[in-house]
Ligand binder design. Structure first.
Ligand SMILES: C[S@@+](CC[C@H](N)C(=O)[O-])C[C@H]1O[C@@H](n2cnc3c(N)ncnc32)[C@H](O)[C@@H]1O
Length: 278
């Protein structure tokens, strides 16, 4: 992909995320973000990332693509020293304001996660990114190099995201796929509305997303010098990232397939080696 196409994608996507960062958690129907209950102490993190991260108290945590900071601040509630990064100035402004309201300490930095500031190098025990992350990333290698750069030797990357196969689907019933499985080719689309609250009025916005397969994600992790110690594919989740799945009586979402289920999330944990290969 040439530089102009890369930059055009960043500009378009930032407009969308600025608008979403201003709107999310502000409407009466936005139970997805529900800022009031967060301020009252609700833990917004899910068991998958909590289990993979392990004990975070006293650890330095970098949260990539932190949006308006609710999850970042929940890592702080668990005792971590947190830094959140997002490329949306509106998200960073709201995250700083939310930290004040929640009376929690956090640093928030405006940056493209494909080009992280060099002064983050080697500062973190844990780099975390969750739910709706890599589909916005044109240069997967640059993203992984940034995550690896920010880790201390022995530090860990925890990435939890929608499964690339699930992302190919436009609808579950009838089963329709409208996205490539991986390859990274830019996918242009006009987006109206937002996943957090279908009733929020949002202007139509052209955006660019990038499909990356599980193989491409793991390969980029290895190319960045990280060692994968866990890759899991999850067949149930507390939310439906595409709003197309049936919800079970237990409240969980699954993608039924014959008499079994297909994965809707994946999680990856990778370790920064104690000594870096040259
Ligand atoms: C679906 S949200 C992530 C949700 C997040 N886990 C949360 O706590 O709500 C995706 C985020 O990625 C950010 N983003 C997209 N592309 C980015 C980039 N190139 N660099 C930094 N942030 C980016 C958006 O601004 C948005 O906040």
């Amino acid at each position: 992909m040439n530089r102009k196409s890369f930059d055009d994608g960043l500009v378009a996507n930032r407009i969308l995320w600025d608008a979403r960062a201003r709107a999310h958690g502000t409407g009466p129907n936005d139970l997805f973000y529900d800022v009031d209950s967060f301020l009252a102490g609700r833990q917004t993190l899910y068991p998958i990332e909590l289990e993979l991260a392990g004990e975070v108290a006293g650890r330095d945590v970098l949260h990539l693509q932190c949006h308006f900071g609710m999850d970042t601040l929940n890592w702080a509630r668990l005792g971590a020293r947190v830094t959140g990064v997002d490329f949306s100035p509106a998200a960073i402004a709201r995250a700083r304001e939310l930290a004040k309201r929640a009376e929690l300490t956090a640093e928030f930095i405006e940056a493209d996660t494909q080009n992280l500031p060099a002064d983050l190098a080697g500062r973190f025990d844990l780099v975390i990114a969750t739910y709706g992350v890599l589909c916005w990333i044109a240069d997967l290698d640059a993203w992984m190099r940034g995550a690896a750069m920010a880790l201390r030797p022995g530090g860990r990357l925890v990435l939890v995201d929608l499964h690339p196969m699930f992302q190919t689907l436009a609808s579950y019933e009838p089963l329709v796929a409208d996205w490539p499985y991986g390859g990274g080719e830019p996918q242009r689309e006009a987006v109206t509305g937002t996943y957090a609250d279908p009733n929020l009025p949002m202007e139509k916005q052209e955006v660019v997303q990038y499909p990356h397969s599980v193989g491409e994600i793991v390969t980029a992790t290895a190319r960045a010098g990280l060692v994968v110690d866990r890759l899991s594919e999850h067949t149930e989740a507390q939310f439906d990232g595409r709003r197309i799945l049936p919800q079970g009586p237990d409240g969980l979402y699954r993608f039924p397939f014959s008499d079994t289920h297909l994965p809707i999330l994946y999680s990856l944990r990778a370790v920064s080696p104690q000594t870096r290969a040259q």
